[in-house]
Write a protein that binds this ligand. Structure first.
Ligand code: TXA
Ligand code: MG
Length: 364
């Protein structure tokens, strides 16, 4: 699909360089140093993390950060997560760091946890969408760590999708949305976690869960020994006027086809899934089914995505965004999706499914 540029070992798609960074170590090194250089020069580079691909810019360069909002078509009031390599960066960028941070860092960093803390003046307003707090995380993916170290600057990076679309978990997903809009994509293969980091606000006590993710609520509560306030379960509607986290008020992870999410479990859920799917098919609509392995294929739908077993929500999380994108690519008119239980990683899965859903059905 891409063309080779003279003297460059990588292809370009609509002007966006696709930097292969897996396999050959010398090629990886070259790709990282090219990507780091672009970041330092204020350009946009998408890169893999353990959660999803991020769309990075130098977090302390307002003009560079501005480009993220433009490339993603992101509403300017939705703040970004800043990616750093160590606790010394936290000291540089934030203040009034509470004791909980040391505990959280010891257990979950590097990893899929983001904390929100009061920001210092060095962090430009555009990065935090004008808020006096900043979201920070130390990512675990080896390529992300190498890239951050080579760039030598904190990197602001939202998920590398066009706003509202499912987050990218492969470089191909990034190219789908971002080719022609950004300087480069560092291709490090598929992201292992598959859903975004957990966002925890430490601005108040007890801490507030703004978004469930790779680190589960159960894990956080066990470590901190407090009941964390979970406001992530509430849908966008409730927070339309004054959302505690700006991202909460927008529809996310959306496919082109409307999604009907059937919650619950057992026979009632299965019957409802079947009735909806067959009903839409009878209306002549091309139906996509997004279901777990146990439920299996209920009827000859136009497209079926099996997310894995209900007993393994971590696997389901890893497959979710790819499945949503494939259903879009299959050109279905409507998607009937199965709900999961909200334990462990199931909480993050249900949070994403509810935000993606056009309609939620509770068959009880
Ligand atoms: O896993 C992840 O977190 C990925 C990878 C690339 O690191 N990034 C990511 O970024 O998911 P994004 O922009 O898609 O989501 C950032 C979330 C949004 O919901 C935003 O509202 C919230 O973090 N956020 C950022 N700064 C905040 C702040 N100061 N206060 C409250 N919420 C904040
Ligand atoms: Mg996002």
């Amino acid at each position: 699909m891409g063309v080779f540029e003279k003297g460059m070992p990588w292809t370009k798609v609509k002007g966006t360089a696709l930097l292969a960074a897996s396999g050959d170590p010398s090629q990886e090194e070259q790709a990282i140093s090219y990507a780091a250089d672009l970041l330092r020069r204020g350009e946009l580079v998408a890169f893999p993390t353990e959660t999803v691909y991020g769309l990075g810019a130098d977090a302390l360069n307002p003009a560079a950060v501005q480009k993220i909002f433009k490339a993603k078509e992101r509403p300017p009031d939705n703040p970004l997560i800043v990616h750093v390599t160590g606790l010394e960066d936290l000291e540089r960028l934030t203040e009034n760091i509470p004791v909980e941070v040391a505990l959280l860092a010891g257990r979950f960093w590097p990893g899929p946890l983001t904390v929100v803390l009061p920001k210092k003046d060095i962090v430009p307003a555009v990065t935090t969408a004008g808020l006096s707090s900043v979201a920070l995380r130390i990512p675990a993916h080896p390529l992300t760590q190498k890239l951050l170290a080579a760039a030598g600057v904190p990197v602001a990076a939202p998920s590398a999708n066009i706003s509202g679309r499912p987050s990218p978990t492969t470089a191909a997903h990034v190219i789908e949305d971002m080719a022609g809009r950004i300087a480069a994509v560092l291709d490090g293969g598929a992201c292992p976690v598959g859903v975004e980091s957990t966002v925890l606000s430490l601005l108040s006590k007890p801490p507030v869960l703004l978004r469930p993710g790779g680190v589960t609520l159960e894990m956080l509560q066990e470590l901190l020994g407090v009941q964390i306030i979970d406001i992530s379960i509430t849908g966008a509607e409730e927070f339309k006027d004054a959302p505690p986290s700006p991202g909460l008020k927008y529809r996310h992870y959306a496919t082109r086809a409307p999604i009907y999410l059937v919650e619950g479990e057992g026979e009632a859920q299965k019957k409802q899934l079947l009735a909806l799917g067959e009903g839409f098919a009878m209306q002549g609509r091309r139906v996509g089914m997004l279901i777990c392995e146990e439920t299996g294929i209920l009827f000859p739908a136009a497209a079926v995505e099996l997310l894995g077993s209900k007993k393994e929500p971590g696997l389901v999380a890893g497959r979710l965004y790819g499945a949503l994108r494939r259903l879009d690519a299959a050109g279905v008119d409507v998607i009937v999706a199965e709900g999961f239980s909200e334990q462990d990683m199931g909480r993050a899965v249900m949070n994403r499914l509810r935000k993606a859903a056009t309609k939620i059905i509770k068959p009880w």
